[in-house]
Design a binder for this molecule. Structure first.
Ligand SMILES: *[C@@H]1O[C@H](CO)[C@@H](O)[C@H](O)[C@H]1NC(C)=O
Ligand SMILES: *[C@@H]1O[C@H](CO)[C@@H](O)[C@H](O)[C@H]1NC(C)=O
Length: 404
């Protein structure tokens, strides 16, 4: 071995070592910065109090969720009402056809709200999925199956139920009783402070503000309605979720994340579009489009239909995290339980690698082609909620729903 080749090897070794060290420092610095921002964001959110008390219409649809009602939800709701002031709220709950004792749990809540003298409309409907399926297959919301039968689509059904939870809002508006915001609450574990933080997202200025929801942490739950600022689905179910730079950067800063659509457990929206002369309502995509084996969430379409979305924006607030059980709530609180150093590092790199991939692009191309064929069939075939649509079909069945 010559002197020259030895010195070359030493040089190569030194360069490699320097690169490894630079790489390590870069990662550590990035993690440190992110952790710093996380602490800062949580701390400011804890101390911040909104200036004025808004009036809030709280809407919820309930089905087979007795357990969470009794263990967390009803209590959290009454505590929230105490914080907001009963004179500033209206509670609208629409339950339909539960097979467990959801109705009893809601009757108990109703008695408690009566005692607290909270204005409300709690509707307990006896109509079950089975009844819905037995009804004549007429009007919108049904889809042909290969065997020539008809199936009830899940999304238009849910849109109908959600719309029913908004009926009292309309009645109240006619009596001159109005609200600043609507808060849509899923069957989640939450605290009154979570709601206050959510309402105060971006200083209270938004077309919609959502929490993040967890059923199997660290994965978030509701992928059906979440789209990044460019309208793409999340590229991973763990932090930092997104491919678009705008959404990703905000998520790294823990500031309100601009997105095209979100729902994720808990959503606040200004009430004005819902009582406008042509009121904003939940809906599904047309049956004729769904026939192409496509579906879009009513909770996504509401944002693409909302006239406020363009100017005011939809935000996901990463400081507000809710769970579908006590254990999942605990697993994402405090912030460090949710985002450890390991998860931050892993998240950053998985996200970078996924962004190189083209699988989302291929998925979106399939959907776009089908929508284009549908559009070509008639001038009336328009759908502005294209970013909500995915290659899926969901139908209602007796005890729940299914993909077909
Ligand atoms: C939603 O509500 C509006 C107004 O109440 C109604 O006209 C519309 O048919 C509803 N949509 C669905 C899918 O039920
Ligand atoms: C409560 O809401 C339901 C629909 O959600 C409506 O049919 C009913 O009339 C309302 N009840 C009262 C007392 O306003």
């Amino acid at each position: 071995m010559t002197i020259l080749s030895i010195s070359r090897r030493v040089l190569r070794y030194r360069i490699a070592r320097a690169l490894v060290i630079i790489f390590a420092i870069w990662n550590l610095a990035e993690i440190h910065l992110i952790q710093h921002r996380i602490y800062e964001a949580e701390y400011t959110a804890l101390r911040h109090r909104p200036q004025k008390q808004e009036r809030v219409y709280i809407a919820s649809i309930n089905w087979n969720n007795e357990l969470i009602l009794r263990s967390h939800w009803s209590k959290a709701l009454t505590q929230l009402i105490l914080k907001l002031g009963r004179e500033n709220v209206f509670i609208s709950i629409y339950e339909s056809g539960s097979y467990d004792n959801t109705k009893d749990a809601l009757r108990e809540l109703d008695r408690e709200l009566e005692r607290m003298r909270v204005p409300r409309n709690i509707t307990l409907s006896p109509v079950t999925h089975e009844d819905e399926l037995a009804a004549p297959a007429e009007g919108e919301g049904w889809i042909r199956t290969p065997d020539g039968g008809k199936q009830l689509r899940r999304v238009p059904y849910l849109a109908r139920i959600r719309n029913l939870s908004l009926l009292p809002l309309q009645d109240l508006a006619r009596q001159g009783i109005t609200f600043d915001k609507i808060l849509f609450l899923n069957d989640i574990v939450f605290t009154p402070n979570d709601v206050l933080k959510l309402l105060d997202t971006n200083g209270g200025e938004y077309a919609a503000a959502c929490s993040l929801d967890f059923s199997k942490p660290p994965n978030y739950y509701d992928t059906f309605a979440l789209r990044d600022s460019k309208g793409h689905e999340s590229i991973m179910q763990t932090w930092p979720y997104f491919s678009s730079a705008e959404s990703r950067h905000a998520m790294k800063k823990m500031s309100p994340v601009p997105v095209a659509s979100c729902w994720n457990g808990m959503v606040a929206m200004p009430a004005s579009p819902f009582i406008a002369s042509s009121p904003l309502r939940f809906r599904g995509i047309p049956d004729s489009l769904a026939e192409y084996h496509l579906e879009g969430s009513e909770c996504c379409l509401i944002h693409t239909d909302n006239p406020l979305t363009v100017d005011k924006g939809v935000y996901l607030n990463p400081l507000v995290r809710v769970g579908y059980s006590g254990a999942t709530y605990t697993a994402t609180h405090p912030m460090m339980n949710w985002l450890s150093v390991k998860r931050i590092l892993q998240g950053l790199w998985v996200n970078r690698l996924r962004r190189l991939g083209i699988t989302t692009w291929l998925k979106e191309a399939v959907v776009r082609r089908r929508i284009d064929s549908w559009r070509a069939l008639g001038a009336g075939n328009e759908e502005r909620g294209e970013l909500c649509i995915i290659n899926e079909m969901q139908i209602l069945h007796k005890y729940g729903w299914a993909h077909v």
